[in-house]
Design a protein around this ligand. Structure first.
Ligand SMILES: C[S@@+](CC[C@H](N)C(=O)[O-])C[C@H]1O[C@@H](n2cnc3c(N)ncnc32)[C@H](O)[C@@H]1O
Length: 358
């Protein structure tokens, strides 16, 4: 009851363009880039670990289309997380949330097949490795625990209201303002979707042609699938669950209309590698919307906050933001422009857009 009342006030207060005085709304206009160069026909695809050069034509024409029930402009977005070339669906039927467990997708370049697992398609570079176990920082491993996945939407996420998070429904309302240009047919990736609270809202809204619910935690994805199956008339043909690392996204370059990352950037091992990947997969004009905490306001009085943050970050693998400027900085450094954000106490929703080629 209490949180609904707080959330009700926030919804009108936080909306960009609202004149509500009690809310801190900061809109940072797009700045022209100091240095721009016309891209040649070849695109340089950057990632955390390496760079892969491929041609735009190869990216578009190679491979059989990966089809889905959405039937719109969302097919052919999946790519090999090793070489970023298209994947071919080699199993029978369409790729949907229900058929994902039986799916096989092949990369003709790497000669590697990626398989579905129980509830999702496994698109991790190391998938198929027999003895190697991919080491991930604590902040990533923590969410792989079955208990955390189970309690996430059963109380854990609701507690975010104390940090100023308005709650999933109201956050979705806010998000719509940022993704307006792609509503009514664009595809959306819910990156680090957790148990899929937003992915499910996105799919049910009918505003997107395809929703990809992506997370590194197989248990979060299992939980998402369970919630989907509990709902009657869920538009399953719109949703696909994918296990992937945010710093190695299994999507074609320039194929995604919108990418949402709720309460996630502070959990990523390297926010800048992740934002670089997000920038790579967004279409020109595509939108990145994220939410996180900013440790400013009363936190500014903590002595040595920067040094403490550094130590915590090294141990946990999580990165706490202490100013909005840091978020803007990462976005700009990774080729995203028009940074804008709304605040409510420690909560921030920020957005930036993939620059259009000159
Ligand atoms: C706090 S939860 C956010 C869940 C949901 N988006 C929300 O708004 O509540 C953070 C999520 O980030 C995911 N995550 C952490 N490291 C990741 C990585 N390297 N790649 C992809 N997802 C990651 C975790 O598995 C977890 O589900």
């Amino acid at each position: 009851m209490a949180s609904a009342a707080i959330g009700g006030k926030l919804s009108s207060a936080l909306l960009p363009g609202s004149n509500h005085n009690s809310c801190l709304v900061r809109v940072v206009p797009a700045r022209p880039l100091a240095f721009r160069r016309r891209l040649p026909a070849r695109l340089l695809l950057a990632s955390s670990a390496s760079s892969v050069e491929t041609t735009l034509m190869e990216t578009i024409v190679a491979g059989k289309e990966v089809s889905g029930g959405g039937g719109g402009d969302w097919d052919n977005i999946l790519a090999c997380p090793i070489c970023y070339r298209p994947l071919s669906l080699i199993s029978d039927g369409l790729l949907t949330v229900d058929s994902a467990s039986r799916a096989s997708l092949e990369c003709s370049c790497c000669r590697k097949t990626y398989y579905g697992k129980e509830t999702h398609v496994e698109l991790i570079a190391a998938s198929g490795a027999k003895t190697y176990v991919n080491p991930m920082p604590l902040a990533t491993e923590f969410f792989r625990l079955p208990l955390i996945s189970f309690i996430y939407e059963r109380g854990w996420r609701q507690n975010f209201v104390f940090g100023g998070f308005p709650g999933a429904e109201k956050e979705f309302e806010l998000l719509k303002n940022y993704v307006k240009p792609v509503l009514g047919g664009g595809n959306i990736v819910d990156a680090s979707c957790g148990s899929g609270l937003f992915s499910r809202l996105f799919a049910k809204s009918g505003l997107f042609s395809l929703v990809v619910a992506l997370d590194y935690s197989e248990n979060m994805l299992k939980q998402c699938y369970e919630f989907v199956n509990q709902e009657s008339d869920f538009p399953k043909e719109k949703l696909l669950l994918v296990r992937a690392d945010i710093a190695r996204l299994p999507f074609l370059t320039g194929s995604i209309d919108a990418l949402h990352a709720g309460a996630a950037i502070h959990c990523w091992p390297s926010p800048s590698s992740a934002v670089a990947e997000i920038s790579r997969v967004l279409k020109p004009g595509g939108v990145f919307v994220g939410t996180t905490y900013i440790l400013d306001g009363p936190f500014n009085f903590i002595p040595f906050l920067g040094a403490i943050r550094q130590n915590v970050s090294e141990i946990s693998g999580a990165y706490s933001f202490i100013s909005e400027g840091e978020l803007e900085d990462i976005c700009q450094a990774c080729g995203l422009e028009g940074f804008t954000c709304v605040r409510n106490r420690q909560f921030v929703m920020f957005s930036a857009t993939k620059a259009k080629p000159l």
